[in-house]
Design a protein around this ligand. Structure first.
Ligand code: TRP
Ligand code: ZN
Length: 474
């Protein structure tokens, strides 16, 4: 597997040395679906209407719950799956899509009756026996199997089910959930999950939320995980490997489950030890931790090149440093609990998680946020940092690029300077609280900041989020 050409900018050092000029990938903006209903008005749209990923997600229904039952053979890389989706129709529905790529579908059942289905690229098109009324709850069962492969994103990175030498690194941002289960694969749709996964004895399968049961028989171990809080499909994981396990409960009653590849254990230990204090510190700034479970999955997947804020339990491709631990856990508030409505708003995730790193350093003997800001602002006008404004990355190719992370964080620093520390922290906390378990948009964040500060902040946000090139004044 080829490593992503880009290192995620969240690795602080990488922010300062990124080059990568990438071929432009045309985005089928014209094909944007959902704007106009089809004549019949009863076929669900094949996309959620996101211009960066036009076929991600689907129209016409909401998935309330996913119940995934998986069996993974680590030696052959073969996955056997059954997905049961509890959904609700949001329109009259004669037909609907799920997102799924690769794998073979052997059967689809809707409300107990076999349904017609066909594959169309990354869409699994399902036609139930009977048209579903708007507002009606229905259940879809999909049986599938095959050898899952990661998807290659517009920025050339791989995500989804990524096989490793002892299992699989399973990270779905932005598109990869569809490589291992049929999904309504856009963060606009959030759902609870049961993930049950069977792996060879001696391997561990780690997913989101709480471990409800573990059971070994005939040389295989089954792990049953449950995440009850709403979760976007890209934040689901079922990472498999040889892991050392550590479990404990924090003073705040959060259940921690850490899984660490023994090859990373020595380097990871001093950083993972800080997880409770990092969560406490983040809770003191952002409000109560949004979930009941927490932890870490530290894999040994050197080709991946990034970490992911998988809900309740971030996934690392190697032992994280403290900034990365702070970053991925800050995402639990900003990105996981408060979700994107459109990928264009990605700075609401990455700018916030990066600014959490700056604040952590400032309050733990490192550089002040002002110093970090100043060092970045010194970058010359031609630097990658100023290549595009973070509020308008332009395409899916740019969503994990330096401007989103670093200039996104600079935007928050500019806000902090404009409104003062007290109001700034009130804004961050109110954002996490008011949209907890839901969604946010940039426009709503700007309105919130204005409401709390009583200031007009149009110019500030316009300059930092939407103006091309290096802003004139810090
Ligand atoms: N959201 C991740 C983080 O900032 C980074 C990430 C997820 C990523 N998927 C990616 C970076 C694909 C590059 C390519 O922690
Ligand atoms: Zn991030």
């Amino acid at each position: 597997m080829t490593p992503p050409r880009r290192q995620p900018a969240r690795r602080r050092t990488a922010v300062l040395r990124r080059e990568a000029v990438l071929a432009a990938v045309p985005v089928a903006v014209a094909a944007l679906i959902g704007a106009t209903a089809p004549a019949a008005g009863t076929a669900g749209a094949p996309g959620a209407g996101d211009p960066y990923f036009p076929l991600s997600g689907n129209g016409g229904y909401h998935v309330r719950h996913y119940d995934l039952t998986l069996r993974y053979d680590t030696s052959s890389g073969y996955l056997d799956g059954r997905a049961v989706l509890a959904a609700r129709a949001t329109q009259r529905l004669s037909r609907f899509d799920l997102d799924l790529t690769g794998l073979k579908v052997t059967g689809v059942i809707v409300d107990g009756l076999p349904a017609a289905h066909r594959r169309d690229g990354r869409e699994l098109v399902v036609t139930p026996r009977h048209t579903l009324r708007a507002g009606r709850d229905f259940r879809v069962t999909v049986a599938y199997h095959g050898t899952p492969k990661p998807v290659t994103d517009p920025d050339d990175s791989a995500d989804g089910w990524i096989p490793t030498d002892d299992g699989a690194f399973v990270a779905g941002e932005p598109q990869g959930a569809m490589t291992w289960f049929p999904a309504n694969n856009h963060p606009r749709d959030k759902s609870s999950y049961d993930i049950t996964i069977t792996v060879p004895q001696g391997r561990t399968a780690v997913a989101n939320g709480a471990l409800l049961a573990r059971h070994t028989a005939h040389g295989k171990t089954t792990f049953h995980w449950r995440e009850t809080q709403p979760m976007a499909a890209y934040l689901a994981t079922a990472t498999v490997g040889t892991f050392d396990i550590e479990q404990y409960t924090t003073r705040d009653g959060i259940r921690v489950y850490n899984a660490v590849d023994p090859r990373e254990a020595r380097e990871a230990a001093p950083v993972l030890k800080k997880l409770p204090s990092v969560l406490e510190w983040e809770s003191s700034l952002f409000g109560p931790y949004p979930f009941r479970s927490a932890g870490s999955i530290v894999d040994h997947a050197p080709d991946v090149g990034y970490a992911l804020e998988t809900q309740t339990r971030p996934l690392y491709d190697s032992a994280p440093d403290i900034d990365t631990l702070v970053h991925e856990n800050a995402h639990q508030w900003f990105g996981d609990s408060v979700s994107l409505t459109a990928w264009k708003d990605i700075w609401l995730n990455e700018g916030f998680a990066t600014y959490a790193e700056w604040l952590y350093e400032e309050q733990h003997g490192g550089d002040s946020a002002q110093e970090t800001f100043d060092a970045l602002y010194a970058h010359p006008a031609g630097d990658r940092l100023w290549a595009f404004p973070p509020g308008d990355p332009g395409s899916g190719e740019n969503i994990f690029d330096t401007p989103v992370y670093a200039r996104g964080a600079m935007t928050l620093h500019a806000l902090r300077k404009a409104v003062g520390d007290r109001d700034f922290l009130r804004i961050l906390r109110a954002w996490a609280t008011e949209h907890r378990g839901g969604h946010g948009t940039t426009a709503r964040f700007v309105r919130l900041a204005e409401r709390i500060s009583g200031k007009s902040l149009d110019t500030l946000f316009h300059t930092w989020l939407y103006t091309k090139g290096k802003p004139d004044s810090a």
